[in-house]
Design a binder for this molecule. Structure first.
Ligand code: PHB
Length: 398
């Protein structure tokens, strides 16, 4: 380094300024506990990165009752159910009727915008576009974050508690020595080809479709912009797909005797999303705690990624607050086990939805028919539907 490195003192040092890091910093700020957040991307890059769009009721409550923003209630869309579509027929799962809950369609980038604005409004210390971030001394009671800010100045943050909220590609998880870290990992032999289109909604709610040609998800963004996905090869090149080819592929996956037809429009974004399930166990190393995608990844079929991150933050916030209020580390010591309980339930739910709705490229006729048997068993049973509704809308927060 050579040049001088400025030391910053704070209570909680947070690596990652996505929804998990910002939400934690926000909650800590409200409790009078100072924190510093460092994030390698700039604000604009995060704001324009398309991610999933479904919020559980517990996530919505964290945003509204937590004083972040009530924009989700004004600009988001409440959905009281989803359609499971297979054999060319739609079957509605009515969340309100089954479990008395709903979800909100509100894209993750809007959640980021709200949280970033709330941190700015409340004088939070969030540094975007930093480089050369490193974490040090995690296993001591003075963990540190080194980084270079967007002006080229070098810093070292000294904190009591370090939080890794730096996503699945982040540095924090990788800084845990291999002999104390268990990586649980599976890959899937397919991906999602996602599009954004300028078109009116094709249906009032989300459609999760299993078809002989593979899975499709008909989602939404607004009255004029829609989000749709179809199961594809992980190595598919978006440039090989013309608009007509994409629409024909999506349409044949929802075709049925009811004549359901997608409303087509210009496509302005195409991305291939890889599918992974991953858990880092434990979600802790010394005084460094992992939250959100830094600790786990789920495939998007259950819409659990962001929701799980916020649930982690809720548990971690209570533990940190209790530490500063009482000096006791009990809740911090219990954080990983408590968070992992929900994580593994969500892993199972995401895996279940994925395997029930997708078709592996090498699937036998038996496997395809078995998945249809599972789907028809779920929709024929009030208990089966209620299990799905409860998991999808979100188990109560701890
Ligand atoms: C989305 O709208 O991006 C979305 C919705 C539901 C999912 C995944 C993604 O399960």
């Amino acid at each position: 380094m050579g040049e001088k490195r400025t030391v910053l003192r704070t209570k909680v040092g947070i690596v990652g300024g996505g929804p998990a890091g910002l939400m934690l910093s926000h909650l800590l700020g409200q409790a009078g506990i100072e924190s510093i957040v460092v994030e390698k991307r700039d604000h604009e890059t995060i704001r324009t990165t398309h991610r999933a769009g479904i919020l559980e009721h517990g996530s919505v409550r964290m945003l509204t009752e937590g004083g972040v923003s009530d924009r989700v209630l004004r600009d988001g869309y409440r959905h009281d159910g989803i359609d499971l579509r297979f054999g060319g027929e739609s079957h509605r799962v009515d969340f309100q009727e089954l479990v008395g809950e709903s979800v909100w369609l509100y894209p993750q980038n809007e959640v980021f915008v709200d949280l970033a604005a709330a941190r700015e409004r409340d004088g939070g210390d969030v540094r975007y576009a930093v480089t050369d971030t490193e974490v040090l001394d995690q296993a001591t009671d003075r963990p540190k974050i080194r980084f270079t800010d967007d002006q080229g100045a070098d810093y070292e943050v000294h904190c009591d508690i370090l939080v890794g909220a730096d996503g699945s590609q982040g540095i924090c998880r990788r800084s845990i020595p291999a002999d104390v870290r268990n990586d649980h990992f599976i890959e899937y032999p397919f991906a999602w080809f996602g599009i954004l289109t300028e078109a009116p909604p094709s249906a009032p709610e989300l459609i999760y479709a299993n078809s002989d040609h593979g899975f499709a998800l008909i989602s939404q963004r607004s009255d004029t912009v829609q989000r749709m996905y179809f199961q594809s090869d992980p190595n598919e090149n978006p440039d090989d797909w013309s608009e007509d080819r994409i629409w024909d592929e999506l349409q044949r996956r929802v075709d049925g005797p009811d004549g359901f037809e997608l409303k087509r429009g210009p496509i302005f974004d195409k991305t291939v999303l890889k599918f992974r399930s991953y858990v880092c166990e434990p979600m802790r190393y010394g005084n460094m705690f992992l939250a959100g995608d830094a600790g786990h990844t789920v495939p998007p079929t259950g819409a659990k990624g962001l929701n799980l991150a916020l649930a982690d933050v809720s548990v971690l916030f209570q533990a940190i607050e209790s530490f500063y209020a009482s000096g006791s580390r009990d809740l911090l010591d219990g954080y990983s086990d408590k968070a992992l309980q929900r994580v593994w339930r969500a892993q199972n739910f995401s895996y279940w939805m994925t395997s029930m709705l997708h078709t592996r490229p090498d699937a036998s006729a038996f496997e395809r028919r078995r998945a249809l048997g599972e789907l028809s068993g779920v929709v024929a049973s009030r208990h089966g539907q209620a299990y799905l509704a409860e998991a999808y809308t979100g188990w109560p927060h701890a």
